[in-house]
Design a protein around this ligand. Structure first.
Ligand code: PMP
Length: 455
């Protein structure tokens, strides 16, 4: 009998290799082919695969208790994890609400922000401003606040009409505008938008400190978030930092927003928080935001069956301890600087590479048809996927960003586990170089290379 599919995969009808095992920075498929996990599986597996201490903890916690429901019990791992996060987080972000995915963490942040203003009697303050290039999750509320064109397309009529402002996309800033001026202008757009809607309607502004899936590690100028925070304070608007991709060390700081010396009112975490060993995500909430809730309704209208379950909490706590014990935040910075310098050198020899950006081990590479004019390739040429496929064939995984469909350049993210060594980074860059070289040749052969470029 002919085998049929039962599992709905990302592209139906496409054949996917089976991920069979993994160790450190490597994944092996069912035929034993080895891949460098240069994306940490959607920027998730920060401590690497198969860490024995985490595996032991999973078993040890399961032997004690793997599930209890949060409306009847608290549990030790969840209490300890919340305490640990309050010690690590900047400022007065002393509270945690646990969920299972980044999307849920966004939904929770959104609800808490709106509730905060309700508790203070400001019932009309329920709009959340985000940025055109952004991704905050796949659920309807999170998608309403995301500018990810591809993911919104089918459901746009159902999404809430939340306002958006420009992202501080330094590479594509207007000519003759300095980075600093651009940071200032983009932040100012937030002020204009708040004034247009009326501050009495705006609950919060949400931003990824470094934009991930919707742009490819777009990194704002040094003055941007200071200015954003000032505007938020001036107009009584909460600032939510979406650190689902950047949090827990990825960018060379425990929280990426610390690069800008700013403390948000809420932070969302996911991905690297449990390094993929278990579904776990969190919304961190400041004392300031909790105060009226503690005095008022004393409950948050959120939560899922698996929220704050002991099994996931124990694993996340172990992962964070591992990050600290092995100084992976510092390693992310050191290896990130090394990778950045190698990729910048590589970009010199490829017309296809327009920009390299990012912090720590979250590095974006943008592809263009013409380096001088920064013209992107049309989305139908699918340059991002070509690079990803060629790299995949050669045993390297990199992460796609949705640049081209968002009207920007094609882009990938290179974000290996934080435990990667310099030797392994050299190998990663060699494979990437070979893949890009093949794509560049392919585009020339198809007559698709930009005719204005001297080849
Ligand atoms: N926020 C950001 C910044 C993300 O990168 C993602 C996932 N790519 C999410 C939220 C949603 O997380 P999840 O896929 O776990 O729902």
């Amino acid at each position: 009998m002919k085998e049929r599919d039962h599992l709905i995969k990302p592209i139906l009808g496409k054949r996917y290799p089976m991920a069979a095992s993994a160790k450190g920075i490597y994944i092996y498929d069912q035929d034993g082919k080895k891949y460098i996990d240069g994306s940490s599986g959607a920027v998730t597996v920060s401590i690497g695969h198969g860490v024995q201490e985490v595996i032991n903890e999973t078993l040890a916690q399961a032997e004690k208790i793997s599930f209890s429901y949060r409306s009847q019990f608290t549990n030790e791992p969840a209490e300890k994890l919340a305490k640990k996060l309050s010690q690590l987080a900047p400022g007065d972000l002393n509270w945690s609400f646990f969920v299972n995915s980044g999307s849920e963490a966004t939904e929770t942040a959104m609800k808490i922000a709106i509730q905060y203003w309700q508790e203070k009697g400001k019932l009309k303050k329920d709009r959340i401003i985000s940025r055109w290039s952004s991704y905050h999750g796949i659920t309807m509320g999170a998608l309403s606040m995301s500018g990810h064109v591809l993911r919104r397309q089918r459901f746009s009529s159902l999404l809430a009409d939340y306002p958006s402002v420009s992202a501080p996309y330094t590479y594509r800033r207007p000519e003759h505008v300095t980075e600093e001026e651009w940071g200032f202008l983009c932040a100012q757009e937030l002020e204009t938008e708040i004034r247009r809607i009326g501050a009495e309607r705006v609950a919060a502004f949400i931003a990824e400190p470094i934009i991930g899936a919707a742009g490819g590690a777009i990194t704002p100028p040094a003055n941007y978030y200071q200015k954003i925070k000032e505007i938020c304070e001036r107009y009584d608007v909460l600032f939510i930092a979406d650190e689902v991709m950047t949090g827990i060390g990825r960018t060379g700081k425990m929280f990426a927003i610390e690069h800008w010396n700013v403390t948000p009112d809420l932070i969302t975490l996911g991905k690297g928080m449990s390094s993929g060993y278990t579904p776990m995500a969190a919304t961190l909430v400041s004392d300031k935001v909790m105060e009226p809730i503690l005095k008022g309704s004393k409950t948050i209208m959120g939560g899922h069956t698996y929220s704050a379950n002991p099994q996931s909490a124990a694993v996340a706590l172990k992962v964070i301890e591992y990050v600290e014990k092995h100084q992976l935040v510092e390693k992310a910075e050191e290896q990130g600087n090394y990778l950045m310098s190698k990729l910048k050198a590589l970009s010199e020899s490829f017309e296809l590479i327009g920009d390299i950006r990012g912090k720590g081990l979250l590095i974006g590479m943008e592809f263009v048809a013409n380096r001088e004019k920064k013209n992107p390739y049309p989305p139908e040429l699918d340059v991002t996927n070509r690079v990803i496929e060629h790299a995949f064939d050669k045993g390297l995984l990199v992460y796609p960003a949705s640049g081209a469909i968002n009207g920007m350049g094609d882009a990938i993210i290179i974000s290996p586990p934080l435990v990667i060594t310099k030797g392994e980074l050299d190998r990663l860059v060699d494979i990437l170089e070979a893949a890009i070289s093949e794509v560049q040749c392919e585009l020339r052969l198809e007559g698709k290379a930009d005719p204005t470029v001297q080849l």
